[in-house]
Write a protein of this length. Structure first.
Length: 603
């Protein structure tokens, strides 16, 4: 800042130091954000093979600059002495700027912003493969607060972060441990943290940076004790390590993404796997093995495990061994949780507890350091432990869920099952046709044929979408010859509706002797005789109330057959009034009101 700004701040501090401190923090955060963006832009000009070297070097130099700016002796940060490539002068100056600017922020926030440089400087693909997304302090603090609310005692707790990353959970846990001890000898406090806090990290570079950052976080106590902080972060594979169930809290943000497990690991974690493995699900299983009976697992994960078929075994394991006691759904503004596109939640599980209703909160994250908590109902686990967990995503959903939990009917009880459209079009490109005519040519039904207002409109207007398909010998399995309800398979939570359905009319099928349905559509098909007409089912799926209910089940962009078949439905006998309205072509609003009534949602 210029001289005039300095004078004005000096004058203002005499009368309102809190305002000045707030301005100083906002200024430092703004400058640091710009420097981080510059570092990332700079990294994108470097060959991909050199990006990791650049990321490690710049992050280490920034940590050293941070430690110097707050007066920490290099002797107290031995882990930062590892060799890295020498930075050129501009990069070195940028690292110094980042570290020195971070030094004007609260230390835990500063350490997060510096250590998180490492993953954001990696190539995007590599970052995604490693699942390297570091956690903002607002979410770290909230997850640790949840653990405290469930009875964790920082004076005696043993704590593990099995995917330590940059060490943010460890910084905060260490500070809480020391604060809980109160007045005591610094050497004892340092030893206490060293014996009760542990972090595992697969990436050796991240592990070294996290350990170095922890040494800075504990520098005040270490200075008084006259020695560096103990080694807390170990570079190792959590999934391959032999677990010891000795921890009161296993906490963290495990990596996300599909993974191909070695046969021995797939056998080890078989109890939580169904189909392909996702890293965060496997880490959840591993966390249970490191947690002692009565201890807590507190994880930040995607919401997809709440409803997806691939997570049915994991849900069953959690319900059996460590049912949830608290869940927060995270709603963060763009830029707070960088590059993470999935819906996320904070959940606390208690090992050995009996399943009971868990408290739900709605967590609105305004910035890296600020979040607002709104109480948001409860969740009860279904009697079928593999079934999706109904959880309110907004406060308004709680009453709907309470009603839905009493509804025992599902699509199968109405006489329907769900399957995916059979055609994966890019495997049959040479059979696409622009015109009708000729033996074996049938209409090809794409997702755009199911319009947002719930109508079937035969069309193929998107790129590469031909309107017809030529069946060859052996392709009979692709032909759909009976009416069904079509439901779009991919929708996002940001859309006005997640469920977009339309009846595929029998007349249309009869006209063409059958159709071919592409696999971005679900087909809700009859099993023998149905108890509710397809048009009525389509109307219900398109209603506001069932859309809200589906949002309480689904945790991903996929509208899966499994989740559709798990939707609570009214009994077929209760749909007579709705059938009359649909048959009489009543207005959409009248149909919506009747659907609301079926779920006890009176307006």
């Amino acid at each position: 800042m210029g001289e005039v700004s300095q004078i004005r701040l000096s004058e203002l501090r005499a009368t309102s130091p809190s305002v000045v401190d707030g301005c100083t923090l906002r200024f430092a955060r703004g400058e640091l954000s710009k420097a981080r963006l510059l570092a990332r832009a700079w990294s994108e000009t470097i060959d991909e093979c050199d990006r990791e070297t650049y990321a490690v070097s710049l992050t280490r130099h920034a940590l050293e600059a941070l430690s110097r700016s707050i007066g920490v002796s290099p002797a107290l940060c031995p882990s930062l002495a590892f060799d890295t490539e020498q930075l050129d002068e501009p990069a070195s100056a940028l690292a110094n700027t980042i570290g020195e600017t971070a030094g004007r922020l609260p230390i835990l926030e500063a350490l997060h912003l510096v250590t998180s440089l490492y993953p954001i400087l990696l190539p995007t693909k590599e970052r995604g493969e490693r699942g390297a997304f570091y956690t903002p302090p607002a979410l770290v603090n909230r997850l640790l607060d949840q653990a405290e609310e469930e009875g964790l005692d920082w004076r005696t707790a043993r704590v593990l972060d099995p995917a330590a990353g940059g060490g943010t959970f460890l910084f905060h846990a260490a500070h809480r441990m020391i604060a809980a001890l109160g007045e005591c000898e610094p050497a004892f406090a340092l030893s206490h943290v060293g014996t009760r806090l542990a972090g595992f990290e697969l990436d050796p570079h991240a592990a070294m940076l996290a350990q170095g950052a922890l040494e800075i976080a504990l520098a005040e106590v270490a200075t008084k004790a006259g020695r560096a902080a103990p080694t807390i972060v170990t570079a190792c594979s959590t999934l391959e390590a032999e677990p010891e169930p000795v921890f009161d809290l296993v906490v963290g943000n495990p990596p996300y993404g599909r993974v191909s497990l070695l046969p021995e690991l797939r056998e080890r974690y078989a109890r939580s796997l169904y189909g392909h493995a996702n890293l965060y699900g496997v880490f959840t299983d591993a966390a249970l093995r490191w947690t002692k009976r009565g201890g807590l697992v507190a994880f930040l994960t995607p919401t997809s495990f709440l409803g997806g078929h691939y997570y049915s075994a994991l849900r069953s394991l959690l319900a059996r061994e460590a049912p949830p006691v608290a869940i927060d759904f995270v709603h963060a503004r763009r830029g707070v949780f960088e590059d993470v596109l999935q819906e996320t939640l904070l959940a606390v599980y208690k090992r050995g507890a009996q399943p009971q209703r868990a408290q739900i909160h709605y967590l609105t994250v305004a910035s890296e350091t600020e979040a607002k908590v709104t109480r948001n109902g409860t969740i009860g686990l279904p009697s079928d432990r593999t079934a999706p967990w109904l959880a309110p995503r907004t406060p308004e959903h709680s009453r709907l869920i309470a009603r839905a939990e009493t509804m025992m009917h599902r699509l199968a009880d109405w006489g329907y099952e769900v399957s995916t459209g059979p055609l994966v079009w890019n495997r049959f490109k040479d059979q696409l046709r622009d015109r009708a005519g000729g033996e074996g040519v049938h209409p090809l039904i794409w997702a755009e044929s199911v319009t947002f207002d719930g109508q079937f409109t035969y069309r193929a207007y998107k790129k590469n979408h031909a309107p017809y398909f030529k069946l060859e010998v052996g392709d009979d399995w692709l032909l759909v010859e009976e009416p069904c309800v079509l439901v779009q398979r991919t929708t996002a939570k940001e859309q006005a509706r997640r469920l977009i359905a339309a009846e595929l009319p029998e007349e249309f099928i009869d006209t063409y002797g059958g159709v071919v349905v592409e696999n971005h559509l679900n087909m809700v098909r009859a099993i023998g005789s149905t108890k509710v007409p397809a048009a009525v089912l389509a109307a219900l799926l398109n209603s506001r109330v069932v859309d809200d209910l589906f949002r309480c089940i689904s945790g991903s962009v996929a509208v899966s057959a499994f989740e559709l078949e798990a939707l609570p439905l009214p009994s077929p006998e209760c749909t007579k009034a709705l059938t009359k309205l649909v048959t009489a072509r009543a207005t959409r609003e009248r149909i919506q009101v009747e659907c609301d009534r079926l779920y006890g949602e009176f307006t």
